[in-house]
Design a protein around this ligand. Structure first.
Ligand code: GN1
Ligand code: MG
Length: 362
């Protein structure tokens, strides 16, 4: 989209200052994100995002969730005496009609304040992994007393039973004629399918609660300051009720994989134990007040679940002809899926050790 068109969209929002430039930002697979620079040195810059409404069907609900959550987090931080609240939680700008999103007849847009002097990373150290564990744990902890119910912005988003059904349907339909090429991947997934649905079973038995989770704790959804300190959790579209495994497992899916999630170098994929240990330590510290024994015991399960679930989702998209994730080349989703499966296998070999480690932290 042209700069002038984007600028016109920004003008629908009650921003301060004058737009100088709109530049692409970040590498999310779902939304389009821009950095809105303002001319005046004393005015904030902004982040403009086009929300993918093919994926998020109910933008009103989605923005409502985000408003509730950011408001609650802001109050918590203030009550804890945090001094730099505007750097620790996102702030969305209303439009002139009072909503936090604008519909231009085709797309949905929103604007938040750009937090200066921050970086996102795709790799963590044990220290930053520990800090992320504390931060994502604290995020869940801060939201345990949220009274207003949140809707599911993507219903059953991290429900493994649903993800497997979607894969099996994609196999049956074979819309892109690709099923014949993925026999090995399908066999591996099916061999673990039952075990991977443990969380849904525990929930039906009434022993595993849903809590408010972020549900996309990929490493690059955390802002760090210039000194590498954890600052602010971003990308709040998927904040919704889910099992705590979502945030714990999805972070380690990207952070403890020695390769990026779309690396084709399968032989170089290893499970980074140092990252696992540090993150787990931080996460257990900040969730000690509410985590149940069932949740704790199943954390190692979550480390394996998320690469497997992501492998299933990438493979499903590959079989459906790449309609969900942005791709850069035709086999991209297949490469991603294979990467996740290889990583899953690495994780599986450390299950016993992980269980002993978590037990030892009690
Ligand atoms: C998507 O927004 P982004 O690109 O961080 C996806 C996540 C996947 C991730 C895989 C709404 O996240 O669930 O884990 O890609 N978000 C949605 O990289 O589907
Ligand atoms: Mg993201």
């Amino acid at each position: 989209m042209k700069n002038e068109e984007l600028t016109e969209i920004v003008k629908r929002f009650r921003i301060e200052g004058t737009v100088a430039a709109v530049l692409p930002l970040g590498d999310g697979l779902i939304n389009d994100t821009y950095w809105v620079k303002t001319k005046e040195a004393d005015k904030s810059d902004y982040v403009l995002q086009r929300i993918n409404h093919c994926i998020f069907k109910d933008i009103d609900l989605l923005q409502h969730n985000i408003e509730i959550v950011t408001g609650h987090l802001r109050r918590k931080l203030l009550s804890e005496g945090a001094s730099d609240v505007d750097r620790r939680v996102l702030r969305f700008i209303p439009t002139f009609t009072g909503k936090t999103y604008h519909f231009d007849g085709e797309s949905y847009w929103r604007v938040s304040v750009y937090i200066t002097d921050t970086v996102t990373v795709n790799e963590v150290t044990p220290q930053s992994s520990y800090d992320c564990g504390r931060a994502f744990g604290r995020f869940q902890q801060h939201l345990t007393d949220l009274e207003e119910p949140l809707g599911e912005t993507i219903p059953d988003f991290h429900n493994m039973e649903l993800r497997l059904r979607q894969l099996r349907q994609a196999v049956a339909e074979d819309r892109a004629g690709r099923v014949k090429a993925v026999g090995e991947e399908l066999d591996l997934i099916e061999a673990h399918a039952d075990a991977m649905c443990t969380a849904e079973r525990l929930h039906r038995e009434g022993v595993l609660p849903k809590r408010i989770c972020h549900c996309d704790t990929k490493v690059n959804n955390m802002l760090f300051d210039k000194d590498g300190n954890v600052l602010c959790i971003i990308d709040l579209d998927t904040v919704m009720p889910a099992f705590v495994f979502s945030d714990y497992g999805d972070f380690l899916r990207t952070a403890a994989n020695s390769e990026p999630e779309d690396s084709p170098e399968l032989d170089r994929i290893t499970f980074r134990w140092d990252i696992f240990e540090a993150f787990t330590r931080g996460y257990l510290e900040s969730t000690a007040s509410f985590l149940t024994p069932v949740e704790r015991e199943h954390l190692p399960f979550a480390v394996a679940l998320f690469p497997m679930m992501q492998a299933v989702r990438f493979l499903t998209d590959y079989l459906n002809g790449d309609t969900y994730y942005k791709i850069l080349y035709p086999e991209h989703n297949l490469v991603r899926s294979r990467n996740q499966l290889r990583y899953f296998e690495q994780v599986e070999t450390r299950k016993g050790e992980m269980e002993r480690f978590v037990k030892g932290m009690a």
